[in-house]
Design a protein around this ligand. Structure first.
Ligand code: MUC
Ligand code: MG
Length: 372
């Protein structure tokens, strides 16, 4: 039996351009940065994970530069000498040495799962009890922010049979203007769309506008108000037929507990990064699912590394009512893996290799590494 003792941990900041600017409520993403973390073991096996916050620290407070310092100085030394198979002990050590910082911890945690899978010759989904699906419907996020351009992009995606579900990013214009735009965009596309406000509305504005979505092609409403405002989320979940999805408001098991207690959502967007990795995301999913809250495969605009890891996790979940939105690899101009993820027939395939399922491309990593 291999031991998988961790001998060293390396970190790199990678910057990669997007094919087009992606507009979120408080950020315009033209380049995405990743902290790529690798654990190197006594058996020669290397495990890789990435830390990503969409468009910078506005989303969750962590930034690639701060995460690199935290991992190098405080988190990585905790893992030296532990086996990659001792993930529970590793997580306990990380949580003891640093409060919070789930995104930084997620990179290390996923790297441990990846290394464990490679050591045992199985994909992470096998370590999670096996996959219940081999491909997952994949939504496309429309983030140009102008009706005609967003509609044209949706039509291209439909024509090449890559995506037939769309999420319209919203929250950067005055509410009345935003609101008109999303209804017109969904109607011109002719398919049900979701919208993601990224916390942009206050409760009274949300309650003024969102009930008017009834009967339109706008269905799921993601995180319209501030993450801590469970009462407003609950009021909307009760009053509106549209499913209310929590994202920023469910970063931890404790957050999810509050959402359940307040009945503050119909669905939850699961992400490895905001939750501190696979084990904690799984605990959030179990709590949500057992409370009747639908599971959704979210993204933090992960690269092909994070998207492959997420697919391993999403493939193991009991139900994924609306599929996933792992579109980071398509928004980026390049892959960090030797093979791309396969997007076809309106879904994305779960890769089958060991660990995250794909191999890391060291030349690509080197090429995109930030040179200070
Ligand atoms: C978010 O909040 O969901 C993921 C997809 C996208 O368009 O934005 C991100 C972040
Ligand atoms: Mg969101």
């Amino acid at each position: 039996m291999p031991t998988g003792l961790i001998q060293s941990v390396s970190t790199l900041i990678v910057d990669m351009p997007f094919v087009r600017a992606h507009k979120l409520s408080r950020a315009v993403v033209t380049h995405q940065s990743y902290l790529v973390v690798q654990v190197w073991t006594s058996d020669g096996v290397v495990g890789t994970g990435e830390a990503v916050v969409p468009g910078g620290p506005w989303w969750g407070g962590e930034a690639v530069e701060s995460m690199k310092a935290l991992v190098d100085r405080y988190l990585a030394p905790q893992l030296i000498g532990l086996s990659v198979l001792d993930r529970n002990a590793a997580i306990a050590r990380l949580d003891r040495v640093a409060f919070g910082n789930p995104v930084a911890k997620s990179a290390l945690e996923v790297a441990l799962w990846d290394a464990a899978g490679r050591l045992l010759g199985v994909p992470i989904s096998t370590l999670l009890g096996g996959r219940v699906r081999d491909e997952i419907p994949c939504l496309w996020a429309l983030g140009i922010g102008e009706r005609d351009a967003d509609v044209a992009e949706a039509q291209e995606k439909l024509e090449v049979r890559q995506h037939n579900m769309f999420k319209i990013k919203v929250g950067f214009a005055p509410p009345a203007e935003d609101f008109k735009r999303v209804i017109a965009t969904a109607e011109a596309i002719g398919h049900p769309c979701s919208i993601d406000y990224n916390e942009a509305l206050d409760a009274s504005t949300a309650l003024q506008y969102l009930p008017r979505l009834d009967g339109t092609l706008v269905e799921i409403i993601e995180q319209p108000v501030a993450r801590a405002n469970h009462a407003a989320m609950a009021a909307m979940a009760q009053r509106l037929d549209n499913p209310i999805m929590v994202d920023e408001g469910a970063c931890s098991v404790a957050d999810m507990g509050e959402v359940v207690r307040h009945r503050a959502a119909d669905a939850v967007s699961l992400k490895l990064s905001k939750s501190g990795g696979i084990a904690k995301a799984q605990a959030i999913a179990t709590l949500a699912h057992s409370a009747g809250i639908a599971l959704y495969g979210g993204t933090a605009l992960d690269s092909s590394i994070g998207a492959a890891a997420s697919l391993q996790f999403f493939a193991s979940l009991p139900a994924l009512r609306w599929g996933c939105e792992l579109i980071g690899p398509l928004l980026l101009t390049d892959y960090l893996t030797t093979e791309p993820l396969v997007y076809a027939d309106f879904g994305v395939r779960v890769p089958t290799g060991p660990g995250i399922g794909l191999e890391i491309d060291p030349d690509k990593l080197k090429h995109y590494t930030r040179k200070d």
